[in-house]
Design a protein around this ligand. Structure first.
Ligand code: URP
Ligand code: ZN
Ligand code: ZN
Length: 466
């Protein structure tokens, strides 16, 4: 008996089409789409439900070290990928952080040894380049060739930040070899200046974290990143866009025909700067992330860019730090509050609820933002991010009317809070299927540790970016 799974009677939705249909999976691949299929040995009745390509989250930080604080993000590759699967994500791309003196190959090898036996869904790695030597640049081509075509470049963060000269070198090498650079854009000198100002005044609470990273700091760096990329003809993806200044710079670049794509995250689409209000005291540390959440007008603008196509993907930037013993490291000094929010499990439900259910985007655009475009931008399409015949059977089935109230205890992340506590959402998957295997059913993960596979990704064609 071949290893088959039939998903029968659902509404199939891709980035381009919506149709009623049955979908037959064999040996981990989609083999047939049609109607009236005979029940298989395993059949999912998807009547009244929607069937989508699994989510792809290209921005997650699992077991991510913060050396200055001697801690790691709260989720490892097991808890983090179980949480991802329960939230409808079937592929993640995490990061391998280059240590000074290390080669890019060593950097990834070390990271892969942490992931391989843990991940329950498929995964890739972006290489965070921090030590730009001639030898590092010489490794950019081989990295792409081995299936790691994306390079994360930080314009801020001590120990990881690259100056403009280094950015140019990596971008140029990536462009010449079919790679793409993924940028964290904030003006480091401006942040450092503003941080100093607040600390000198004795302003040490989490409210001042947001005050030291205003929108202009991000917009300036975004503009500079695009200018540098244009000089060397490099395709780039701007990470976690939060505001209209940065979004407009990106829109202008795209209008000029530059290969610039970008992402925003659910926190910037559903929360505002009010979370940092002084009245919340140190509780506001739960929301400390970089760049921070902005005013309502920026949030409204981001929704417009998702509709217009100016921003192409929504990733989580899952960087979970427990409140009880990790966020509290910065109780007396906001610069010691680890930066980041959990979000790997709530990304799809939040975008489904505040986007599709609220009539801001349609279902196909939802699929494009959370799955198809991430696959295209980072070299995995159409094997991932589509429902095409012959591609990986990474699929989710959602009951659009099933509502869930978020609290951290029902989530699978190893966290002691959720930024979305108490929000009522729909869009959690009833089934998550990875490589043809049901790994979540009715919200319950049934999954073997380490079953996820490394995805070796293709070269990036700048002309094929969404
Ligand atoms: O505050 C954030 N976003 N932390 C995660 C690391 C990053 O900057 O993406
Ligand atoms: Zn970042
Ligand atoms: Zn991040």
């Amino acid at each position: 008996m071949p290893n088959e799974l039939l998903i029968r009677g659902g509404t199939l939705v891709t980035a381009t089409d919506t149709m009623a249909g049955d979908l037959l999976i064999r040996d981990g691949k989609i083999v047939e789409i049609g109607s009236g299929f005979e029940p298989s040995s395993r059949t999912i009745d998807a009547t009244g439900k929607i069937v989508l390509p699994g989510g792809i989250d290209t921005h997650v930080h699992l077991s991510h070290p913060i050396d200055a604080l001697g801690i790691k993000t709260a989720d490892n590759f097991h808890t983090g990928t179980v949480a991802a699967a329960c939230g409808g994500t079937t592929t993640i791309i995490d990061f391998a952080l280059q240590r000074p003196g290390d080669s890019l190959a060593q950097t990834r090898q070390r990271r892969l040894s942490e992931v391989d036996s843990e991940a329950v869904i498929d995964y890739g790695l972006h290489t965070i380049v921090t030590d730009v030597r001639d030898e590092t640049i010489a490794e950019v081509g081989p990295s792409v060739h081995e299936g790691f075509p994306s390079f994360k470049l930080m314009m801020t963060y001590a120990g990881k930040r690259l100056d403009d000269a280094a950015l140019l070198k990596v971008m140029e090498a990536a462009a010449a070899n079919g790679g793409i650079c993924y940028l964290h854009c904030e003006n480091d000198a401006a942040v450092t200046h503003l941080v100093r100002r607040h600390l000198d005044r004795g302003e040490t609470g989490p409210y001042y974290h947001a005050k030291s990273r205003p929108a202009s700091v991000e917009a300036e760096a975004t503009h500079r990143a695009i200018c540098l990329a244009e000089l060397v003809g490099a395709p780039i993806c701007i990470a976690h866009v939060t505001n209209s200044g940065a979004a407009n710079v990106i829109a202008n670049a795209r209008e000029k025909g530059l290969p610039v794509v970008s992402e925003t995250c659910p926190q910037y689409l559903t929360l505002t700067e009010e979370v940092f209000d002084l009245a919340h005291g140190f509780e506001a540390a739960k929301f400390v992330c970089s760049p921070p959440m902005r005013q309502q007008s920026h949030k409204d603008h981001l929704w417009k860019t998702l509709r217009s196509g100016e921003i192409q993907q929504v990733a989580s930037d899952h960087a979970p730090f427990r409140f009880s013993d990790q966020k509290t490291l910065g109780r007396d000094n906001f610069t010691r509050i680890p930066n980041g929010l959990p979000g790997i499990e709530t990304r799809l439900p939040l975008l489904f609820t505040s986007g599709v259910k609220a009539d801001r985007i349609d279902l196909s655009r939802f699929v494009e933002l959370v799955s198809t475009n991430p696959a295209k931008i980072f070299g995995m399409y159409p094997e991932k991010g589509s429902l095409d015949i012959g591609t990986d059977a990474d699929i989710i089935v959602i009951e659009p009317e099933r509502e869930v109230t978020i609290n951290h205890e029902m989530l699978h992340s190893a966290m002691d809070y959720s930024p979305y506590e108490g929000m009522c959402v729909s869009g959690f998957p009833t089934w998550t299927i990875s490589g043809g295997e049901i790994i979540v059913e009715g919200g319950d993960p049934q999954v073997q540790r380490g079953r996820g596979k490394l995805v070796r990704r293709s070269r990036i064609n700048p002309d094929a970016l969404p």
